[in-house]
Design a protein around this ligand. Structure first.
Ligand code: C2E
Ligand code: CA
Ligand code: CA
Length: 579
């Protein structure tokens, strides 16, 4: 036993010798283990608690060296410590108490707190050690430490531990001889909709599965942390570019595979941004920020990919931030406009509908096309407000056309995934139709597969409710996604819009001609109508007519134009005498 002192008074100042009966009673009653050894380390007293703690009977230990009760590390130093105390009076732990490892009879080790005092009895130097088993306390301390540094849901490290590890790693990469370190910022692509459609409990399970899959791509030295709701970050060190590529590709693939969520499968996918040290800097917070910027890039390049940070990304971020703030301001001061593109019957060239297409007038007065600002608006969470504005504006404009007796057809409004994420969408449509005095049959909603493809029960329900209002439902950009025939049957679409990419090569491209013909036949057999998008030439129109397509839209008929131009054109044609 190491020489140390409890707060016992030294032997010389003891007021009077204590009776041995009292000593025995104290020893036996004590909850802690009490062991007395002599100056050579031999055990002279071993109380009942000690027998329980170490598993030895008193007779088995008396006269034996105390080191038999210690873990190897402490045991090997014990004799030296004892000798030093006796020759120099110096001692490393007297009066402090300390944690040592105890060794039980069955060979198991346990942490114990030990305090030691010295005293003299009949002229002999003795030491008394009081030992307490602190396994339980250590376990709860470890548990507390784990709680403080880990995410309870996924068991991954939390942001605090991530920062600590990254800082430690970067300190070690100080010298250039050190291998490179990397930060991977992983953002799940469609987690929000999983949470909304499957419920939070399923969302939690999906997150836990996702993190297990990520962990499987990593090596023991890497640290995976959950740093936000659906954001994870990884510290890799060492991290050669080759290994970063391998790990990032593994993560993308692991997260692209569907994840079981109850009886259904959730598809999430991930985008990853990567920064490296020392190339991109040596500051932990900065590296995480740069990896985040690179991730943002990966997402805007079409998700499901990984991207290394480059300085040019900074500039692009700055521009996007500027554009985003301008877009936000535009919502309040009416800088969005709708243009309308008329749709026609291919045989009679009668107008059968019109599609509302949004435009944005930027600060310089230029009209900006939707492809240039809608993705950013979606990212910034502006789409619900923009979508509501489009729906209402289009309905009001269509009402005006009907009132003026110019046209009585459905106005087609494009809707995105955010509409179905809004549980109140059906109510909103009902309300807008009522407010504008527009019958449901005068509204058509166009959605791409992405809006409806996530197999959420709410989507089909909402679609049926919309149909019950008389609204027409069209599947936009048909043929560009992954539409399967079963998908067409599962969702109650009234109409398919054949994507412009098929029409543009008609009639020369045999493949596109065959595909267009096939789409027309399928739609016919499913009882859906078909409209061809992007009809630009007479030859295209003739081909479509020959193949039984009845409706078309495109520059050949009319370009998108503002409402006054639509009114002028319709007024002109209604004033013409019928042929
Ligand atoms: P989309 O729904 O497929 O709309 C058709 C696009 O093709 C329009 O582009 C239209 O101007 C263009 N187009 C029509 N005929 C022809 C043609 O003959 N040749 C060629 N080359 N192009 C033609 P636009 O207006 O730039 O809209 C692009 C996309 O932006 C739309 O594709 C739609 O997905 C989205 N979008 C437009 N307005 C809205 C809106 O109010 N809400 C939402 N969520 N999306 C919108
Ligand atoms: Ca459309
Ligand atoms: Ca389209």
């Amino acid at each position: 036993m190491d020489a140390a002192a409890v707060a016992l008074p030294s032997a010389t100042s003891l007021p009077a010798p204590i009776s041995s009966d009292l000593t025995d009673a104290l020893l036996e009653a004590a909850v802690d283990s009490i062991i007395v050894i002599n100056s050579r380390g031999m055990i002279e007293a071993f109380n009942r608690s000690a027998t329980r703690m170490f598993g030895y009977g008193t007779h088995e230990v008396l006269g034996r060296n105390i080191s038999m009760l210690m873990g190897a590390g402490d045991a090997s130093q014990h004799d030296d410590h004892l000798a030093r105390h006796q020759t120099t009076g110096r001692c490393s732990i007297i009066g402090i108490g300390r944690e040592v490892s105890g060794l039980r009879r069955d060979g198991s080790l346990f942490p114990m707190h030990l305090s030691v005092g010295e005293f003299r009895s009949e002229g002999r130097l003795l030491y008394v050690g009081i030992c307490r088993d602190i396994s339980e306390r250590k376990r709860s301390e470890m548990h507390m430490r784990h709680l403080a540094t880990h995410d309870t849901l996924t068991g991954c490290a939390n942001r605090a531990l991530f920062n600590e590890r990254l800082r430690d790693t970067l300190e070690r990469t100080g010298g250039n001889a050190e291998p490179q370190a990397a930060v991977l910022f992983v953002d799940l692509d469609r987690f929000k909709s999983v949470n909304d459609d499957f419920g939070h409990q399923m969302g939690d399970r999906v997150l836990a599965t996702a993190s297990r899959r990520m962990q499987a791509c990593l090596e023991t030295g890497d640290l995976l942390a959950r740093v936000g709701g659906d954001e994870f970050a990884i510290v890799m060190h060492p991290a050669s570019d080759e290994r970063i590529d391998t790990v990032a590709a593994c993560l993308i693939e692991a997260l692209a595979a569907p994840i079981e969520a109850g009886v259904r499968m959730a598809r999430i996918g991930a985008s990853i941004g990567i920064s490296r040290s020392p190339a991109d800097g040596r500051d932990a917070a900065q590296l995480l920020k740069l990896a985040d910027i690179a991730m943002y890039h990966a997402k805007s390049e079409g998700r499901g990919r990984f991207t290394f940070f480059t300085p040019a990304m900074h500039e692009r971020m700055r521009q996007d931030a500027l554009l985003a703030s301008q877009l936000r301001a535009s919502l309040d001061c009416g800088r969005f406009e709708l243009h309308y593109q008329l749709q026609f019957r291919l045989d009679t060239l009668a107008v059968c509908g019109l599609e509302a297409l949004i435009r944005w007038r930027d600060a310089s007065g230029q009209l900006v096309a939707p492809d240039k600002f809608l993705p950013l608006a979606a990212e910034q969470g502006l789409m619900p407000r923009i979508g509501s504005w489009v729906l209402e504006r289009a309905c009001r404009d269509n009402r005006l056309l009907i009132e003026r007796g110019l046209l009585d057809v459905p106005v087609a409004v494009n809707i995105g995934p955010y509409e179905f994420e809004n549980a109140d969408f059906v109510r909103e449509v009902t309300q807008v139709l009522a407010d504008c005095g527009l019958p449901g049959r005068n509204l058509e909603l166009e959605m791409t597969e992405h809006a409806a493809v996530t197999d959420m029960p709410g989507v089909r329900q909402a679609m049926h409710a919309l149909k019950a209002l008389g609204v027409t439902l069209s599947l936009d950009d048909f043929g560009t996604g992954f539409s399967s025939l079963s998908y067409l049957k599962r969702f109650p679409f009234d109409r398919l819009k054949i994507d412009r990419s098929f029409i543009s090569a008609l009639p020369d491209s045999q493949d596109d001609a065959a595909l267009t013909g096939a789409i027309l036949k399928i739609a016919d057999s499913l009882g859906m109508s078909v409209i061809a998008e992007g009809v630009e030439t007479t030859a295209q129109r003739d081909f479509l007519v020959r193949n039984g397509c009845k409706l078309g839209q495109g520059y050949w008929f009319a370009r998108p134009m503002p409402l006054p131009d639509i009114i002028a054109r319709l007024s002109a044609s209604s004033n013409q005498a019928p042929a």
